[in-house]
Write a protein that binds this ligand. Sequence first.
Ligand code: GDP
Length: 194
Amino acid sequence: DSEIVLAGRSNVGKSTLMREITGHTFDTGQRPGVTRAPNHYDWAPESFVLTDLPGFGFMEGVPEDVQEEIRTDIVRYVEEYADQILVGVIVLDGKAAIDIIDRHTGPDSIPHTVELYHFFRDVGIPPVLAVNKMDKVDDRDERLNEIADRFGLLPPWQQYDETIAPISAKRGSVQPLYDAIRTHLHDAERDDLF
Ligand code: GDP
């Protein structure tokens, strides 16, 4: 089956988004680090498998060595299944992403979300940034341009609608994510979707 993987640091709204797109209920506000293995869900009627990758990035209350182990497991999983993974969705909190990314960027350090984005690309998986909580963002274009910039995409962000999908999972406005995913599917898979 075709697989779409989903990653994001805790509290970005990943569970809310998964509930919105699959109709399943997920444990929102789950203690970070509890889920350490990839979890698979049916994304019906699209006949995709949606794989929830465990918390990526800083996990509060989880020791650094355990966090590192989790990241290593994710990397191994993605490498092993790269051929069947159609899209790698990275969920960001549109309101907080820039502060978090900038705080974790230094001469020798790159934020985990940015690293994951490049990793997806390196293994041939198109990354999609699901920029969530856009209902809380006032300076929309400015914010999305900054986010594009942090991932090495030259503004304006509108050039990358196959990569940058501004959404509000809580409000159920996720069409830009569906549209972005659709651009990465093969012709046969694209028919009659979403
Ligand atoms: P997770 O830790 O990434 O799974 O995040 P959750 O899905 O548990 O959501 C974390 C918090 O963000 C909850 O309080 C959600 O209600 C809230 N949230 C999720 N999506 C949105 C959104 O689109 N807009 C706003 N304003 N809040 C959201």
